[in-house]
Design a protein around this ligand. Structure first.
Ligand code: SF4
Length: 131
C-alpha cells in the first residue's frame, strides 16, 4: 500500500526518517523578511547569514546550517520561507517548480497549488531584493 503523502510544511517525512540532508552545506537564500524575523529573536546576522555577491544565505558551521542542533532546527517555527517549502524548488531552465531530486523522501510530499504559488512569490521577492 502506498503511503499517504504529507503536506510540504508538515515536515513529517523529515522527522520519520530522521533526515537532515538538506540542512547540510545549505545554500538556502534568505529574504529580507526572513532576516528580520530571525534578528527579532535575538540572533546576530553574522552568526546565521552570509552575503555572497548580492545574495544573503544561511550560514553553515561545520558543514551544517547554523540553526541545526542535533537533528532539529532551532528556529523551526520561524524558519526561512525557502526551508518551509523545501523540497519544492524552482528550476530556472524550465521555469517549473519541482521536487528536488536530492531529497531521498521527495515522493512522500504532496505538492499543492498554493505551495507552487508561494514558491514563485518567494523567488520573485528574492529577485527583486537582489536588484
Ligand atoms: S532532504 Fe528531504 S526528507 Fe531530508 S530533511 Fe530535507 S526535506 Fe526532509
Amino acid at each position: 500500500m502506498s503511503k499517504i503523502k504529507k503536506q510540504l510544511t508538515d515536515g513529517t517525512p523529515c522527522i520519520e526518517h530522521n533526515c537532515i540532508l538538506c540542512c547540510k552545506n545549505t545554500e538556502m537564500p534568505l529574504t529580507i523578511s526572513d532576516v528580520e524575523r530571525i534578528l527579532k529573536k535575538g540572533y546576530k546576522f553574522q552568526d546565521f547569514a552570509v552575503r555572497i555577491n548580492r545574495e544573503t544565505k544561511l550560514r553553515n558551521v561545520d558543514n551544517v546550517c547554523f540553526f541545526l542542533r542535533g537533528n532539529r532546527c532551532k528556529i523551526y517555527s520561524i524558519r526561512p520561507e525557502g526551508c518551509k517549502l523545501y523540497p519544492l524548488i524552482y528550476e530556472e531552465d524550465s521555469g517549473e517548480c519541482i521536487l528536488d531530486e536530492i531529497c531521498p523522501y521527495r515522493d512522500e510530499f504532496k505538492i499543492l497549488e498554493k505551495d507552487v504559488i508561494e514558491l514563485k512569490k518567494v523567488i520573485k521577492k528574492l529577485e527583486d531584493e537582489q536588484k
